[in-house]
Design a binder for this molecule. Structure first.
Ligand code: F6R
Length: 616
């Protein structure tokens, strides 16, 4: 989950590296470092614990001699705490070789004792320094950096992206990847490597995706990619569909504030091009009709917020396709003996497309004969590349660690998938399908209305509640995963205890938590239609109010039944029940952000977290 950048070209590299790292800082932000080969052919390196700003200030006060070949790293600590010594780059071969790394080298302890036995000494507690020492040892034998990589990678177990440069070879950066991301940016007379395209999108939108177990060497004039045995491989080119400004704060107080404001477009852009004359047709699924008509089970795998999107999606998938659906946390799925068959469709959901737990679950499902479909927000990422089919969400780059606009885009993609599969299987009444499409198309405007009418009030509420020590969230049916999402966001951003429950479960235990003054958010289903669920949830509200809870209801406009029961009512526009989650989640995102801000916390980079969790 660290961020990595490499540059070779005619320009001074330090500013390019620091700008790239600032775009990658979402991947890890407990220390950062760069190394450059300067004009005289010497290798300079600087690394500092703390956020990138600490390194930036350090370099501003005592600059490194600049050079046109460089690598940079922003870290999320795994082996060894966030100290200067453990920050990357790590040096070897008499400090002439610099190495950076993302991932975990699982057999580093045995490799380290082998090196210690040879008299190698270490300056850090990291697994990375072991890889650096091994590459240094090989390089000293051959003087060839690429072949040194080839010799070393075959001995490393686990997940890694490694980049290295050596002062004997200005104008060359070598990288390797296994189970961890690395992409190439192609410039004019300059080339880049990055953990993702954000590292270099400011300079070029032409990119190449590097496959699993491949080694790349970039020079200003070229790129060479081989597999671990040295055989040349074909690489897949793609054009980045967004520009650098999409990953800028653009006047917002935080990336999260900007990204919540982009929730309407995230939904609209995910729908775009997938509805034709009122029918959902996902072009990426062309040619899969026969398989989709024959599936007998759908299994959704994901982690965190993406898994909650999956839980919402289950309601739509089962309703519209009549195929049984299970949703499972990717890390739990992989370590049991699941029943899978060639008629199982495994749908993975991941904003980053790099979450290791999800990636491993996808590979496992494939190895057990299931077909895999990836719902992903990041072009060229590993999970879609390892899947049989891809449905991209088009939320644009999500930089804040907490997922917001990607969540609504994921639900949208799942609804589109459900309508597509339902049509292919003849499981959905065409009239119902047209109504669903009309509802879906209206969602962006309705989210915009929630932002317009409720945001200021919710922020005020969050401000008043800044000292709250615990908040509960209740929901029922499609509102249940939304309650879970509301609680997760509050935990991760405001560091306070928060739990989400299915409202019907309250009386089976959690109601004991209610004491006078306990704030409880309740996602209230619509009273329209039979109104049966609405009545039940209003009764749940009465039960907790009777025990002193302070109730904040999220209810549709015109629902007057909640008024006497709730202390506060946050309004969402009318929508068919299936579409309420896309609206009800918006106040909860705003609330968690508002409460964290009221406590003076960094909403973009909450403690202990990283956006892309590339370790298991
Ligand atoms: C919470 C959050 C995480 C991610 C989870 C999966 O706000 O962002 O729970 O949803 O780590 O990440 P992706 O979607 O990148 O696989």
């Amino acid at each position: 989950m660290c961020g990595i950048i490499g540059y070779v070209g005619p320009r001074p590299s330090q500013d390019i590296l620091l700008a790239g790292l600032s775009r990658l800082e979402y991947r890890g932000y407990d220390s950062a470092g760069i190394a450059v080969i300067d004009g005289d052919g010497g290798l300079g390196m600087r690394k500092r614990a703390g956020k990138l700003a600490v390194l930036r200030d350090d370099l501003a006060s005592t600059p490194l001699a600049d050079g046109t070949t460089g690598i940079g790293h922003t870290r999320w600590a795994t082996h060894g705490g966030p100290t200067d010594a453990n920050a990357h780059p790590h040096l070897a071969d008499d400090d002439k070789l610099a190495v950076i790394h993302n991932g975990i080298i699982e057999n580093f302890a045995e490799l380290k004792s082998e090196l210690v036995g040879e008299g190698v000494t270490f300056r850090s507690e990291t697994d990375t320094e072991v890889a650096a020492a091994m590459i240094g040892r090989e390089y000293a034998r051959t003087g060839d950096l690429v072949s040194a990589f080839r010799a070393v990678v075959s001995r490393l177990e686990g997940a890694y992206t490694l980049l290295a440069m050596h002062e004997d070879h200005p104008g060359l950066v070598v990288g390797a990847r296994r189970n961890s991301p690395l992409v190439i940016g192609l410039g004019e007379g300059e080339n880049f490597l990055g953990s993702d395209v954000a590292a270099f999108v400011e300079h070029t939108r032409k990119a190449l995706a590097i496959g699993q177990d491949e080694i790349v060497a970039i020079t200003p004039g070229g790129v060479e990619v081989t597999d671990f045995s040295g055989a040349p491989v074909e690489v897949e080119a793609f054009e980045v569909t967004w520009d650098a400004s999409a990953a800028e704060k653009g006047g917002w107080s935080s990336f999260m504030a900007k990204e919540v404001s982009e929730e309407p477009e995230a939904v609209a852009n995910t729908i775009r091009g997938r509805i034709h004359e009122g029918r959902v047709e996902i072009p990426e699924l062309d040619g899969m009709d026969e398989f989709l008509a024959d599936i007998d089970r759908i299994l959704v795998i994901a982690c965190g917020t993406a898994a909650y999107a999956g839980m919402v999606g289950k309601y739509a998938l089962e309703t519209w396709t009549r195929v049984p659906v299970d949703v499972e946390l990717a890390h739990e799925f992989r370590y049991r003996d699941p029943v899978l068959s060639p008629r199982t469709l495994v749908v993975s959901i991941s904003q980053s497309g790099e979450t290791m737990d999800t990636l491993m679950a996808v590979k496992y499902a494939r190895s057990r004969g299931a077909k895999t479909l990836s719902i992903c927000n990041t072009q060229g990422a590993t999970i879609p590349r390892e899947s049989d089919a891809i449905v991209y969400t088009h939320a644009g780059p999500e930089v804040a660690v907490a997922s917001t606009k990607a969540f609504v885009a994921q639900i949208t993609a799942l609804y589109l998938l459900a309508l597509h599969v339902g049509r292919v299987r003849g499981a959905i009444d065409p009239v119902v399908a047209v109504e669903a499409v009309t509802e879906l198309e209206a969602v962006p405007g309705k989210i915009a209305r929630v932002l317009e009418t409720e945001q200021a009030r919710i922020e005020q509420l969050a401000h008043w509640m800044a000292d709250t020590r615990s908040v509960l969230f209740l929901g029922r049916n499609v509102g249940y995963p939304i309650a879970l999402e509301g609680a997760l966001k509050l935990k991760e951003l405001a560091y306070i205890h928060a739990e989400g429950f299915a409202a019907g479960e309250l009386k089976h235990g959690p109601i004991a938590l209610i004491e006078p003054g306990q704030p409880v958010f309740v996602v209230v289903p619509s009273p329209r239609g039979s109104g049966e669920m609405h009545k039940k949830v209003v009764s749940n509200i009465e039960e907790i109010r009777a025990r002193g809870a302070r109730v904040i209801a999220i209810a549709e406009e015109g629902d007057v039944a909640v008024l006497p029961a709730a202390d506060e009512v946050l309004r969402i526009p009318l929508a068919a029940p299936m579409f309420e989650p896309l609206l009800a989640v918006v106040p909860l995102h705003i609330f968690a952000m508002g409460l964290a801000e009221a406590k003076g916390l960094d909403v973009d980079q909450p403690r202990n977290l990283a956006k892309s969790v590339t370790v298991e």
